[in-house]
Design a protein around this ligand. Structure first.
Ligand SMILES: Cc1cc2nc3c(=O)[nH]c(=O)nc-3n(C[C@H](O)[C@H](O)[C@H](O)COP(=O)(O)O)c2cc1C
Length: 319
């Protein structure tokens, strides 16, 4: 079974190592991605801790942001040594800060440079290198723009492309608007797969639930879900059975909560911030009758800074 069938999108400030541990309690098979790590912060910034992850997270990819082939290859090597299963290159982030660093979505305008980066990265490691990109940039609305980008990059031999199925607008839209305003064009991604049956094409953008995922999987090799799975992580609880067809024991919300609390208490002793770990729980009660109260209680525990003594106050609200 293709391990990219269901991926959770890289999201800065969200898919940190704690969130990934939490999600792994819900599904054994989903493919996880780190937040974007910029090569500059590793090469010049003493920020190696960003590579930290829990051994339970596999399969997990690190996402790099950068455009200097040597820096990207050096960081890929570090990621491989840390034990990551894949290195993904960010060619989709439209933020101004990232544009100033000349990486992210603006690289779609420089497919030859992307190919050079990917070649160097592939030469440095034996784990797969993958690319996450948009359909196009600004007014490049034609399918041929995406086709040309992929044709140039695929010559490097890389096989997996994650496509956020909307354009990136470099001027005038914030990153948030860039995730909502440019229209979704799933048909371009389906066509890309039809034109390149040998590539592993993962579709991303606006996917809300498992039913929609199953529909996309008729046309492409995998789906990547971001906001919907963060807001309602338990939606991933049927993925192992329904999509990966594996016989894992499905945990209920109470078991997930208990195991995640145990994890938080251990990590708190190691110095990790309690609120940052707790915030990933907000979505767990989505759809339950106590959802609002549960979220309020999580918030209160953040403010009190004491989970150990308040554990039961959370447990009693989940069902
Ligand atoms: C808060 C937030 C942070 C994000 N950070 C990243 C990132 O670090 N790297 C990246 O490639 N995409 C990032 N994205 C974009 C997502 O990976 C994804 O492409 C986008 O949200 C569309 O998928 P969705 O509609 O399922 O959320 C981020 C999205 C959000 C909401």
């Amino acid at each position: 079974m293709n391990k990219h069938r269901v991926c959770v999108a890289p999201m800065m400030q969200y898919t940190d190592l704690h969130d990934r541990f939490f999600l792994r309690l819900i599904s054994k098979n989903i493919f996880l991605y780190t937040e974007m790590i910029s090569t500059g912060s590793i090469i010049f910034g003493n920020c190696l801790y960003q590579f930290d992850f829990n051994k339970e997270e596999h399969p997990v990819a690190v996402q790099l942001g950068g455009s200097n082939p040597n820096h990207l290859s050096e960081c890929s090597k570090i990621a491989e040594d840390y034990g990551y299963d894949e290195v993904n290159l960010n060619v989709g982030c439209p933020s101004e800060r990232v544009q100033k660093g000349k990486f992210g979505a603006c690289l779609m305008l420089e497919p030859n440079l992307v190919a050079e980066c990917v070649t160097k990265m592939s030469q440095a490691v034996s784990i797969p290198i993958t690319v996450k990109c948009r359909l196009g940039i600004d007014n490049n609305n034609e399918y041929e723009f995406l086709e040309n980008f992929i044709n140039i990059v695929k010559v490097t031999g890389i096989k997996t492309f994650v496509i956020h199925a909307r354009n990136g607008i470099l001027k005038g839209l914030s990153p948030r608007q860039n995730r909502n305003i440019p229209p979704l064009k799933y048909d371009y991604v389906y066509r890309l797969k039809r034109d390149n049956p040998d590539l592993n094409i993962i579709i991303n953008g606006g996917i809300k639930n498992l039913d929609e995922s199953i529909n996309h999987l008729k046309y492409v090799d995998g789906v990547m879900i971001g906001r919907a799975s963060y807001d309602n992580p338990f939606m991933l609880s049927n993925v192992d059975e329904v999509i990966y067809k594996t016989q894992t024991v499905k945990k209920d919300k109470l078991e997930i909560l208990n195991e995640y609390i145990d994890y938080i208490l251990v990590m708190e002793k190691k110095g990790y911030d309690l609120s940052r770990m707790l915030k990933h729980l907000f979505g767990l009660s989505k759809g339950d009758k106590n959802a609002k109260l549960f979220r309020k209680r999580v918030h209160e525990i953040m403010l009190a800074g004491n989970l150990k003594d308040n554990r039961n106050k959370l447990i009693e609200l989940i069902n």
